[in-house]
Each structure stands twice: as structure tokens, then as C-alpha cells.
Design a protein around this ligand. Structure first.
Ligand SMILES: Nc1nc2c(ncn2[C@@H]2O[C@H](COP(=O)(O)OP(=O)(O)OP(=O)(O)O)[C@@H](O)[C@H]2O)c(=O)[nH]1
Ligand SMILES: [Mg+2]
Length: 501
């Protein structure tokens, strides 16, 4: 789905004009095609890669975001291949061999719905990527890219993901943003994130990366308070300086629960009701552990195989939660229970973060990816006009206020500007660190009326003007304050435009 030209930001229009101009400079060479692809990419939905270590829950989370169980989550060949999920008018799968051109390939769907793509004579390591076209609305705003696990036993598979995410081939980093799944803070996670950010303009930049504390239901061994504990851990991770400078935020999500809630079956609901209707001691014994749940002796009329299917779909936490919701009368029907499971999974919070951190900044992220691609091409394959084009790249980079904000956000997180403690939180908010809307930048309630918005805006504007002009402010603080004044002026224009609607 392309974005109408009139809705593109001034920055993106400038970048688009530059890429078209650069493409003319490379006309007649094979590199013109690279730039045509960059133009195509500006019009496409944002590309978001889902990355993380092996079995972090990447494919399950992708399914929850797509709202359909398409990505395989078993140990099949396809989990070793980078797979793109794009919006399309039909359901089709394309295979691109390494160094070859894409061709359509047949697929079937397994019992769970996961795609079983027939690779034909291709081995997984000969495949550059698979592209799945799927006609579902969530993909119209975001192309999702499932990557093989990093830090897996197979170094090949790990290398495939690292190469994809930190690509330094003749094109560009293929994704505009990354959702990084981590289960426990681990050295490999941090070093991977560093590698990814080395490709960025302001390095390392948290601007296009959010972290998910994945499989959050497994925290506290599946006890009912698991999600609350996971939230506490995620908050602690988010404030860890090593992660804080690499990612925007850390959101706890139980992808399995979200996936099950998205397409809960009537039969599964009836089985959960049978458990809820069981005798309390029997029920509690059964739900003590996953093993016991499947093979334990019980009066509840469910065969071990039926119980195994339930635990695979919901996990022990999901079953405990569902039974608890049924017993407390919070869900009377399958669709009510499904909605509650989704609500508890944390996927809604992740969607909100993706919206505020990625979708709302789409144009800036697209502009950044495109500039990176042009810059890399100019550096690796010089043409007579390279010098002039490089100067224009630099001019856009240093002149665009959006990039100045991102640089400041990075500097703030790296501890390179010394705002007062009470100012730092306001600066982060003003720069869009908690979302790009007028109200979230000003730190006022989403329902705040115009008067309140105006008061907050003038308060911030006055404060940062004074800081910029204060002779005792350091040079860095004065420069940063000027960026914030400019931000407030931009917010003022937004406020006026909104009140005229
Ligand atoms: N309890 C629980 N299990 C999960 C969750 N997400 C995934 N799993 C399970 O973890 C296993 C791996 O899940 P995947 O989604 O395939 O993980 P992945 O990161 O895509 O794995 P690779 O692609 O092989 O690296 C599967 O058995 C899932 O059912 C979750 O939120 N909670
Ligand atoms: Mg996977």
C-alpha cells in the first residue's frame, strides 16, 4: 500500500528527489536498479524485522501480529530462511535463490495453519529469502520479516540473520526497524544489538529498535502473576544503561497466548470449561506442571492427547489463566475468553509501541534507510557527480530537524548531554521517546483539552528558550536546547493545524 505524495513529510520528499537525481547519475550502469529499488522502498510499508536468539518466540510473535498462524514454529527447514510477510491481494509464496531471481513456489497449510513451503530442489542454505504475500490488513501498514535464530547451534543459521540485519552488501540494511526478542539479558543479545547499530547514522541508535521480553508467561514458572513479574523485569532491562542506549523500550509479551487468543477454537473453549468444572484439588494437581497436565491421572474427562493439544496452544500459564477467568465468570463465551487472553498477553501494548515508535515515524525511518543506501553506493561506486551528491546527503542529514532530534535522543541516552535530572525525562518525551503525537510529546493526557496542551507547550517553549540563551549553560546544552526550541515550534504548528480541523 503506497503513501500518497501529499502526505509525505518534507524530509522524505527531499530524500526522494535526491534518490531520483542520484539514479540519473548512475543511468546506464547496473547500479541504477539499486536506486530504483530504494525509490520503491520509500513507497512501501515500513519493513520491520523480528530478530532474536533461537527459539526466542519470533515466529509465534509474528503470527500474533499478523493475526493468522502462518509462520512455522517447529524445527522445519523454513525456520532457517529469512521470510518476508507482505500484504498482497492473494496468498502466494515466492522463493529467491542466492544470486537468482524470485520464482513462485507451491505451499500447503498444516493443521495449525502454518505454511509448509515446498522448496523443491533447493536446500535452505541456497535460498536468499522467501516472500509470503498474504491478504490481511495488519500487513498493509507493516511488512514483517521473520529471521532465523541468532546464537543457534548452527553458526550458518546465525550468520544468515546477522548478515541480513547488518547487511553491508551493495544495497542497504533491508529492514527499516527491528523488534528484538530477548528472554534474559545475555551477552549475545547485547553484542548482536551493537552489530546491528553499527550500520546506523548516529551510532548506536535506539531509534529504530524496540525490545520484547518474550515468552513472558514463562517468567515465575507460569504462575498467575507471571505477566506482572515480567513487566517488572522488562522495566529493569529498559533502564539498564547497556540496553537503554540500544533500544527504545522493552515490552513484555506472551506471544503464544496472543496467538491462541487470536484464533481460539470453540472446541478448545469447551475443553477449558471441562477443566474449570473439575473438582478443585484435582484441577490444581493437574495444573501443577506441564508434564503432569498431560500425563497426570484425573477425573476431568479429557484424554492425554487432548490435554497435550491444549498445552501446546496455550502453555501452562495460558491454561491457568483461562481456567481462572472462567471460574471468576470474567469470560462466558469463547470469544470473550479469546479477547481476555489477548488482553493479558501484552500484544496490545506492543502494537501501541510499534505504532508510536515506528508507524508514526515512518517517514523519518524511510528517509534514513534511503539516505544510508545512497551514501553507501556513492562511497563504493563513485561516479563523476559523487562529490556533489555526497554534499547533498550531508546537507539533508545535518539540516533536517528530524535527524537533529534523533541525534539528541541518542546523545541523551549515551549520557553525552548533561541536562538536570528533572529535565532529562521531559527532553526524552519532547523528542518523541514515548510516542510522536502532540500530547505524548508534551507529556499531557491523551484526552487533555486545548488549553492544557497550549499551557504545556508554552511552558516548554519558554523553558528551552531560556536554557538556550542562558550564558551559564554549556555549549552542548545550549545547542541541545536550540533543538528543543525548534521541536516546540514544530509542535506549535501541529497544534494550530489540529485546532483548525
Ligand atoms: N510458553 C510460551 N511458549 C512460547 C511462546 N512463544 C513461543 N513459544 C514456544 O517456543 C517454541 C519456539 O517458538 P518459535 O516461535 O518457533 O520461536 P522462534 O524464535 O521463531 O524459533 P527459531 O525460528 O527456531 O529460532 C515453540 O515451541 C513455541 O510454542 C510464549 O510466548 N510462551
Ligand atoms: Mg522461527
Amino acid at each position: 500500500m503506497s503513501v500518497p505524495a501529499t502526505e509525505r513529510s518534507h524530509l522524505l520528499q527531499q530524500v526522494l528527489a535526491l534518490v531520483i537525481d542520484a539514479s540519473a547519475a548512475y543511468q546506464g550502469t547496473p547500479h541504477a536498479r539499486v536506486l530504483d529499488e530504494v525509490v520503491g522502498r520509500i513507497h512501501e510499508p515500513l519493513r520491520v524485522a523480528i530478530a532474536g536468539k533461537v527459539k526466542a518466540g519470533k515466529s509465534t510473535l509474528l503470527n500474533a501480529l499478523v493475526g493468522d498462524e502462518v509462520a512455522p514454529t517447529d524445527a522445519g527447514e523454513c525456520t532457517r530462511i529469512v521470510t518476508w510477510y507482505r500484504h498482497g491481494i492473494a496468498s502466494r509464496v515466492w522463493l529467491t535463490p542466492r544470486g537468482g531471481v524470485p520464482g513462485q513456489v507451491p505451499f500447503t497449510r498444516s493443521g495449525s495453519g502454518a505454511l509448509d513451503v515446498q522448496l523443491g530442489t533447493w536446500q535452505a542454505d541456497q535460498v536468499e529469502n522467501l516472500t509470503v504475500e498474504w491478504p490481511v490488513p495488519p500487513l498493509a501498514t507493516m511488512t514483517l520479516i521473520d529471521t532465523p535464530g541468532i546464537g543457534s547451534l548452527s553458526t550458518d543459521v546465525s550468520a544468515t540473520s546477522l548478515a541480513f540485519l547488518t547487511s553491508d552488501d551493495e544495497q542497504t540494511t533491508p529492514s527499516d526497524a527491528v523488534v528484538y526478542l530477548l528472554r534474559h539479558l545475555h551477552a549475545t543479545d547485547v553484542s548482536f544489538l551493537h552489530a546491528f547499530h553499527e550500520e546506523e547514522y548516529a551510532q548506536p541508535s535506539p531509534v529504530n529498535c524496540v525490545a520484547v521480553l518474550s515468552r513472558a508467561d514463562e517468567v515465575s514458572v507460569g504462575r498467575l502473576e507471571a505477566m506482572t513479574s515480567a513487566k517488572r523485569i522488562a522495566d529493569r532491562y529498559a533502564s539498564d544503561p547497556r540496553l537503554h542506549r540500544l533500544v527504545q523500550t522493552v515490552v513484555p509479551v506472551a506471544g503464544l497466548l496472543a496467538q491462541a487468543g487470536t484464533n481460539l477454537q470453540e472446541l478448545e473453549f469447551r475443553r477449558l470449561r471441562l477443566i474449570a468444572a473439575g473438582e478443585q484439588a484435582d484441577r490444581d494437581r493437574l495444573m501443577l506442571s506441564a508434564d503432569r497436565f498431560v500425563i497426570g491421572a484425573t477425573q476431568i474427562p479429557l484424554a492425554p492427547n487432548e490435554r497435550r493439544l491444549l498445552i501446546e496452544r496455550l502453555g501452562l500459564f495460558g491454561i491457568r489463566l483461562a481456567v481462572d477467568l472462567l471460574l471468576r465468570g470474567e469470560a462466558q463465551t469463547a470469544s470473550q475468553l479469546a479477547a481476555k487472553l489477548v488482553e493479558h498477553s501484552g500484544i496490545g501494548e506492543l502494537r501501541a509501541v510499534l505504532l508510536s515508535q515506528f508507524s508514526d515515524r515512518r517517514d523519518t525511518l524511510k528517509a534514513r534507510s534511503a539516505l544510508l543506501a545512497v551514501q553507501r553506493l556513492l562511497a563504493t561506486v563513485p561516479v563523476p557527480r559523487s562529490g556533489e551528491l555526497e554534499a547533498r546527503v550531508e546537507q539533508i542529514r545535518s539540516g533536517a530537524h528530524e535527524f537533529a532530534e534523533l541525534r539528541l535522543l541518542n546523545a541523551l541516552r549515551m549520557g553525552e548531554v548533561d541536562f538536570r535530572v528533572d529535565e532529562a525525562a521531559q527532553v526524552e518525551r519532547l523528542l518523541g521517546g514515548h510516542g510522536g503525537s502532540l500530547r505524548s510529546r508534551l507529556g499531557v493526557d491523551a484526552e487533555a483539552d486545548e488549553d492544557e496542551v497550549r499551557k504545556a507547550l508554552f511552558g516548554a517553549l519558554g523553558h528551552w528558550r531560556q536554557r538556550a540563551e542562558n550564558p551559564v549553560s554549556s555549549l552542548a546544552t545550549s545547542a541541545a536546547s536550540r533543538v528543543l526550541v525548534r521541536t516546540c515550534e514544530g509542535l506549535y504548528a501541529t497544534m494550530v493545524a489540529q485546532s483548525q480541523r
